[in-house]
Design a binder for this molecule. Structure first.
Ligand code: ADP
Length: 243
């Protein structure tokens, strides 16, 4: 079975000469389809760069990234934009909803941008799964933070992406609401077979994943399966994350 995402010897260097910073150093990892992966590491360890390269938002300095069977290396910007629209979903800490649009219009925006047909049955299923029944015509301002993140998740899922990438998706939510959103992410992985890759600094958030990848200084230094929050926190402490 092909991985949802595969990185082979991916390096990313920002800047050049004396001011060059190696954000990723020959990172190789395969993320199996239908799994929930958390990416953790101290600040500056390369988490955002990892996510951006894996999602086709940034181009590695060397190495290869594959989404499904597709090699991203050498794709031009138009092809990458098309790939991101059709095959990848994103959830960020900021929900990035369009305030003038209703819930349903926000959710279907990526489809309309891609000129794709709206599959009504799937749209209804996604809206129901994320618990937004009865809110379809609301504006974002009429929703709580947790509900807005559910809209963002529905928007990410509606294109049936191969992978949903999350950058601190629960970072702006209170503990209880964050837990609801994490349980929802867990559910879309377990019941829909969605692949999810999420950067987080929160051991509790990471404990919802199947696997945690630990980055330090641009390298994957460890992986933990069936993580629990305590063990993740201990591992982070040993990486010097909270000095
Ligand atoms: P993290 O998400 O774990 O905090 P990042 O991937 O943001 O780590 O950054 C990894 C390293 O790369 C850091 O040293 C950071 O300063 C550097 N870096 C990230 N983005 C840029 C950029 N656009 N220009 C220069 N250096 C960058």
């Amino acid at each position: 079975m092909t991985d949802a995402v595969r990185l082979d010897a991916v390096s990313k260097v920002y800047g050049r000469g004396r001011s060059a910073v190696a954000a990723l150093r020959e990172v190789s990892v395969g993320i199996p389809r239908g799994t929930f992966t958390a990416v953790m590491g101290p600040s500056g360890s390369g988490k955002s760069t990892f996510l951006q390269c894996a999602a086709g938002l940034d181009v590695p300095s060397s190495g290869a990234v594959r989404l499904g069977g597709t090699e991203l290396t050498g794709m031009d910007e138009n092809a990458l934009t098309e790939l991101r629209r059709r095959r990848v979903g994103f959830v960020f800490q900021a929900y990035n909803l369009v305030s003038a649009l209703s819930v349903i219009e926000n959710i279907t925006l990526p489809l309309r941008l891609a000129g794709a047909r709206v599959d009504r049955a799937w749209l209804e299923e996604v809206v129901r799964r994320v618990g937004l029944d009865g809110r379809a015509s609301h504006r974002p301002a009429e929703l709580s933070g947790g509900q807005q993140q559910r809209v963002a998740l529905a928007r990410a899922l509606v294109t049936r992406p191969e992978v949903v990438f999350g950058d601190e998706p629960t970072g702006a939510l209170d503990t209880m609401t964050a837990r609801d959103v994490l349980m929802l992410l867990r559910e879309v992985v377990s019941t829909l077979g969605q692949s999810v890759v999420m950067v987080t600094h929160d051991p509790v958030a990471a404990s919802y994943a199947d696997t945690v990848l630990f980055l330090a200084d641009g390298r994957i230094v460890d992986a933990m399966t069936a993580p629990d929050a305590q063990k993740v926190a201990e591992r982070m402490t040993r990486l010097g994350a909270w000095k």
